[in-house]
Design a binder for this molecule. Structure first.
Ligand code: GLP
Length: 243
């Protein structure tokens, strides 16, 4: 984790969700064009969907080749089968992975159905390390400032681990389930330590309801109560947002 000095934070405010998505997709495609063997850290949630759509469009035009790219997804619910529409595994297939030429063996996501969560977390840590770390990590931000599923109060030094989701997070994500009660109580997430080890971070946020937490994260005190606030200490953080 780089603490102190030499942080370069670039903040781009864009006109709307489409422009945010295009700008973020441009940054990702530049990474892949310059470094075809990049390891991309990917995120779920509604926010990155437009970024994936844009990348798919450029892939279809022949402008980007993902054949050597590896992807590491941030997180997965515990106890939701990979084929279920609510799993992040299926989400990634539907919104991105099945539509571009990323090799299935190169696309990684934690296994939320494992019977040995600790072993799965250590496997994921080892995988990230074996790939040489993440070159570019795409991040959304939760309403309470979470990144991945690192909820407020989470220790900044954690590696991949199992988390108990906050009720506010379960309510925010209830729209993908039949009811708030159906949202899993636990998830496996890459830790903040690994997020901070990424060589470059791209944080995206869109909508009025995200502006306050985004402002706190970027300009407020660095505190585990706002997990995204640690990103201020990252040497290469790019923020792309729209109101
Ligand atoms: C989930 C994901 C996060 C994501 C957050 C915000 O909890 N684990 O990675 O950033 O939701 O989602 P949305 O973009 O839908 O607001």
């Amino acid at each position: 984790m780089t603490m102190g000095g030499h942080q370069i934070m670039k903040i781009y405010k864009t006109a709307n969700y489409y422009e945010m998505s295009r700008k973020a997709a441009n940054i990702i495609s530049a990474q892949v064009i310059l470094y075809p063997r990049s390891v991309l850290g990917l995120a779920t949630g509604s926010t990155p969907v437009g970024v994936y759509e844009q990348l798919i469009r450029w892939y279809d035009k022949g402008d980007i080749d993902f054949s050597q790219v590896h992807t590491i997804n941030l997180d997965e619910y515990c106890g939701v089968p990979g084929e279920s529409v609510q799993s992040y595994c299926r989400f990634m297939q539907r919104h991105f992975l099945s539509k571009v030429n990323i090799k299935p063996a190169h696309a990684h996501i934690p296994d939320g159905m494992t019977t040995d969560v600790d072993a799965e977390c250590r496997r994921y840590d080892a995988l990230i390390e074996a790939l040489g770390g993440i070159d570019l990590q795409l991040l959304g931000i939760g309403h309470n400032g979470h990144i991945g599923f690192n909820e407020p109060g989470a220790a900044f030094e954690k590696m991949t681990h199992c988390v108990a989701l906050k009720d506010s997070t379960r309510r925010a994500n209830a729209r993908f389930f039949d009811s708030h009660m159906d949202v899993p109580e636990k998830a496996v997430t890459v830790g903040i330590r690994q997020i901070m080890w990424s060589k470059q971070i791209l944080l995206i946020a869109s909508g009025k309801e995200k502006q306050d937490i985004l402002h706190q994260a970027l300009h407020g005190p660095v505190t585990p109560q706002v997990p995204a606030s640690i990103l201020q200490m990252h040497p290469r953080l790019t923020v792309v947002y729209s109101e």
